[in-house]
Design a protein around this ligand. Structure first.
Ligand code: ADP
Ligand code: MG
Length: 573
């Protein structure tokens, strides 16, 4: 039995922190993950009142001894890591030691647990106040019960959706966990009625397909086409709908990396790229994709709910996934119907390149949207000459001179990237280590909260905090380098809250301002490589100017230089 210890401050402060308890579904997710980490073979979930009244998760996992049971409610108490290095090789779902602690604070909670060969014990907490352990009769395993979620934080209660919506989120969590763990049995009971039941499936090569049938229904699942790439420590197994069986929404798309459900823009881009010839508007592929990748090739420690993932090389992941989907589709259309079950097959030819896997130096995914042709001003090869006033980058090419305003160029790049993310409906965001409080007059705070959806589209997650403040929980990922976040968000809220602004206009302004703030500051020094890279990236932009229209580049050609020096033979103006 693993022993729980409280993480030292220097370890937990390096783990992306934040609130894991948002709604009943996120609670169910955390509890199911705990059960899976405890090696449960069966997990049953019961809810009442869409989880707002009761959530009960029972498992037959390893259970906890009495002293661990008493410790598990403490903040940063975890049996899963003890040093930061462990994070690198993490095999468990949990590792922050936060879920039970956070839940204990906002509900009436009880945990009963019995380790194999031990006695059963029960602890409870009422709004964070811990009630001492007492003996409990039970089978080995653990039952966690959460009653009256958010009873002591009514503001958060208000953010829960309708019962129907919350129930459907909970079902989605169960479906997702079931797909990732076919050998575990899952069930869901809602107000006494069993609504989902996925019996455990014996480990076999077809286990995944069987589980897919149970979750999607055998009609839909039977129509999916399998695809498999298996080589060099990388395995990608997908089940995807052929072009004639697309769905009306994106709801039926699941991505798993090493069994963890994840969201990543690059995965979706790869899928839609592979479907670009086949897909009509408003038609969406169905896919369940299981990626097994070397742990060092990605980072999941970017979001407390651990859904977001960063790949070290997005380009390789893109190629790999779109290649697997394309070859599955090619087979399905060649055969004229669903292909036979997955079997190991060689990787698509264009994937078997000399390029190493997960090459850290390769470019990020924006390059997939390159313009087919370079603009006229771009005349490589360039030789980097240096920087003036740490603001302008100077290059030579073909005997002429090119000068770039590094801030304007960076702004343009971020502007296009961010605008593309917004129009694709998926701004990548990052959760702040600590919520950022912003003081506002009460009326303004109310107004801002009413704009939550629009701010959400822009990548900002805002929560109420008292009457005269809001908390900023997440910001667009491109803010990585920004230091004056607070000032920026203050200004953003200012004009977002102005009802006179047309929605479109304020959005455009927001995007411009955000790109500007996030851009490399003039006065940052750049290496030669970075300078050349910036120039190269700028050529793929729609315009070589900052979003406000300031030029980002100008050039003096060879002839122009000769003319300026009245060289003999120079062509006169
Ligand atoms: P984390 O999962 O990040 O470690 P949690 O707050 O979710 O943090 O849980 C704290 C600890 O309680 C876990 O590390 C684990 O040791 C123990 N625990 C929680 N749920 C269970 C369970 N269902 N079975 C056995 N142990 C559990
Ligand atoms: Mg956990």
């Amino acid at each position: 039995m693993p022993k729980i210890s409280v993480l030292p401050a220097d370890v937990y402060s390096r783990i992306a922190a934040g609130e894991v308890v948002e709604n009943p579904a996120s609670v169910v997710k955390e509890l199911i993950e705990n059960s899976l980490d405890a090696q449960a073979a069966a997990v049953s979930v019961e809810i009442e009142g869409a989880g707002k009244t009761v959530i009960r998760v029972n498992d037959d996992g390893c259970g906890m001894e009495r002293e661990d049971l008493e410790l598990c409610l403490k903040r940063h108490a975890t049996s899963k890591i003890s040093a930061f290095e462990d994070l690198e090789s993490l095999a468990s779902y949990g590792f922050r030691g936060e879920a039970l602690f956070a839940l204990a604070g906002v509900s009436r909670m009880s945990i009963k647990s019995r380790a194999r060969g031990g006695e059963g014990w029960r602890v409870a907490a009422d709004g964070g106040e811990i009630i001492a352990a007492s003996p409990a009769a039970m089978a080995p395993g653990t039952t966690v019960e959460i009653k009256d979620m958010f009873f002591n934080t009514p503001a958060r209660l208000k953010f829960l959706k309708s019962d129907a919506a919350e129930k459907s989120r909970i079902s989605a969590v169960l479906e997702e966990s079931s797909l990732a763990n076919p050998e575990v049995g899952f069930s869901l009971k809602s107000d006494g009625r069993q609504t989902l039941h996925f019996p455990a499936i014996k480990e076999s090569p077809r286990a995944l397909e069987e589980r897919l049938s149970a979750v999607l229904g055998s009609g839909t699942a039977g129509g999916l086409v399998p695809g498999l790439v298996d080589r060099q420590g990388v395995r990608i197994s997908i089940f995807v709908s052929p072009p004639e069986r697309l769905a009306g929404s994106r709801r039926f798309q699941w991505w798993f990396v090493n069994r963890r459900p994840v969201d990543a823009r690059v995965l979706q881009q790869a899928l839609y790229h592979a479907f670009s010839e086949f897909r009509g508007r408003d038609k969406h592929p169905v896919i369940a994709a299981f990626l097994d990748l070397p742990p060092e090739s990605f980072d999941v420690n970017v979001h407390p709910a651990k859904r977001e993932i960063r790949f070290k090389s997005e380009r390789d992941v893109f190629d790999l996934v779109s290649g697997t989907v394309k070859s599955a589709l090619a087979r399905s259309t060649a055969i004229g119907g669903p292909a036979p079950a997955a079997s190991a097959e060689p990787a698509p030819a264009y994937y078997a390149s000399a390029q190493p896997f997960f090459d850290l130096a390769s470019k990020p995914s924006e390059s997939f949207f390159r313009r087919p042709q370079s603009p006229r001003w771009f005349s490589p090869p360039y030789r980097y000459l240096g920087q003036i006033e740490k603001s302008y980058l100077v290059f030579e090419s073909g005997g002429g001179l090119t000068v770039m305003d590094q801030h304007a160029a960076q702004e343009r790049l971020l502007f296009e990237k961010y605008a593309a993310e917004i129009s694709a409906g998926g701004v990548s965001t990052q959760r702040l280590m600590l919520p950022l409080p912003i003081e506002l007059p009460a009326s303004k705070a109310q107004e801002i909260l009413s704009l939550q959806d629009r701010l959400g589209d822009l990548g900002f997650e805002i929560a109420p905090f008292g009457r005269t403040a809001v908390h900023v929980l997440s910001v667009p990922a491109l803010f990585e380098k920004a230091d004056d976040l607070k000032d920026m968000i203050g200004r953003l809220l200012d004009f977002m809250g102005d009802p006179k602004d047309a929605v479109r206009q304020s959005r455009r302004e927001a995007v411009e301002m955000i790109a500007c703030k996030a851009a490399v500051k003039a006065h940052d020094s750049l290496s030669e490589k970075e300078a050349l890279r910036l120039l190269d990236d700028l050529k793929d932009c729609l315009e070589p100017a900052c979003p406000h229209g300031r030029p980002a580049i100008w050039a003096l050609g060879r002839d122009e230089l000769a003319r300026r020096f009245s060289r003999p033979g120079a062509v006169p103006i």
